[in-house]
Design a protein around this ligand. Structure first.
Ligand code: SF4
Ligand code: SF4
Ligand code: SF4
Length: 376
């Protein structure tokens, strides 16, 4: 039985109510710092590490924008213990990526309080800024999303979010709940023992019921699952050969933005920026001689296929790769499709549980018998 409190807010005061909760966590010394999305003077909303309880006024955790996945930021904050307790306010896809980084020893949750906000999706950065100029706020977006639409002024959330089956984080200490909430309210749910203690520190009773949350969540997830199945089917039909994959990636210029922005791309040194892929003129001319011409830069498809094999089991479908691409290469469905096949094959789901060993880090007798030839 989780502990759930409904908090009411007046029009345009959602962030004020949230700020009060974060201030209390800092004042009560429940945590020493909070990383939470905050409005910046320039109009952007970026993750911000707050240590002064008097500086929570700009928090805006439900703003529908994620300029950078906070999983890697959380990795930087926690990989080496600081001796301080940090609350991390993150979306489901960011927490799922963080779980994978913990398993890769690139993050540590010992001194963290994971606070997950319900997520109806995010806009591309430039769309978010456009909509802000037209007075989009977290509150107006939530109201529309709770009514069943995320599109506004001809712009909608990114494709990855329309097929995201995890609008609520499974692994969190506290959840900030909007799905199924009545207008002008949000829920605070203490999930783990330390989450329940923190909710109590915030001065919340934890005695309210969840209302329509379970039903609303079931409906939302079912719609997202159906949307994903449809996109997956289309992807399989359209990208059904190496040539089709090559065409899909044809605009890639090897800038590697997608690798940098991917929260689960884990190598400290990427093989594609080593001498292995710094070819010389003789090699290029040799390849060109095969067909009489050579499209450059080379290795673009090989780069994506390498990334798929490296992170296919860890991809959380966040869409940051597509968002980061300057050439509009549609990467999300490519990577989610590869991840679906790979993760299902290993009965693994990225970010589902800290207790599940990552595929290929353990050997099971009954795994991949068609490849290993293992006879039971
Ligand atoms: S993929 Fe989109 S909808 Fe899903 S948690 Fe991330 S930002 Fe939210
Ligand atoms: S491959 Fe793309 S969708 Fe998958 S985790 Fe990386 S950035 Fe997110
Ligand atoms: S961000 Fe786009 S152009 Fe750059 S490497 Fe990735 S797919 Fe290629």
């Amino acid at each position: 039985m989780s502990n759930f409190t409904t908090v009411s807010y007046k029009k345009d005061e959602l962030n004020k109510e949230l700020a009060k909760l974060f201030t209390t966590l800092l004042e009560q010394k429940t945590v020493d710092g909070i990383m939470v999305p905050c409005r910046q003077p320039s109009g952007t909303v970026m993750q911000t590490l707050i240590t002064d309880p008097a500086q929570t006024a700009q928090v805006d955790p439900f703003a529908p924008v994620v300029p950078v996945s906070s999983a890697k930021l959380a990795s930087s904050l926690t990989a080496k213990p600081s001796g301080k307790k940090i609350a991390l306010v993150m979306r489901s896809c960011e927490i799922r990526a963080l779980i994978e980084l913990v398993k890769l020893n690139q993050a540590n949750l010992d001194d963290t309080l994971l606070i997950a906000q319900d997520c109806f999706g995010r806009f591309e950065n430039k769309d978010f800024y456009t909509l802000q100029e037209k007075n989009l706020t977290a509150e107006s977006f939530i109201q529309a999303a709770q009514g069943g639409t995320t599109a506004t002024d001809g712009l909608d959330v990114i494709e990855a979010c329309t097929v995201c089956e995890h609008p609520v984080a499974a692994n969190a200490d506290i959840r900030l709940c909007l799905i199924g909430a009545d207008s002008g309210t949000f829920g605070v749910e203490g999930v783990s023992a330390k989450g329940e203690q923190a909710v109590s520190d915030m001065g919340l009773s934890g005695n309210d019921g969840e209302g329509k949350r379970a039903d609303a969540l079931k409906t939302l997830v079912a719609a997202r699952q159906e949307a994903f199945q449809q996109k997956f089917k289309e992807y399989q039909e359209n990208i059904n050969s190496f040539q089709a994959l090559e065409e899909n990636m044809a605009k890639c210029v090897n800038c590697y933005n997608c690798r940098v922005s991917c929260p689960v791309c884990y190598c400290k040194e990427c093989v594609f920026v080593t001498d292995t892929f710094r070819h010389d003129g003789e090699q290029f001319l040799g390849w060109a001689n095969h067909k009489g011409n050579l499209k450059m830069p080379t290795d673009t498809v090989f780069y994506h296929m390498t990334r798929m094999t490296h992170i296919g089991n860890f991809c959380v479908g966040c869409g940051q790769c597509t968002s980061a691409c300057p050439n509009d290469v549609k990467l999300t469905m490519a990577f989610r499709s590869a991840a679906k096949v790979s993760q299902e094959r290993f009965d693994y789901e990225a970010g589902r549980s800290l207790d599940e060993a990552q595929p290929l880090t353990v050997f099971h007798d009954d795994e991949l018998v068609e490849v290993t030839g293992q006879v039971k």
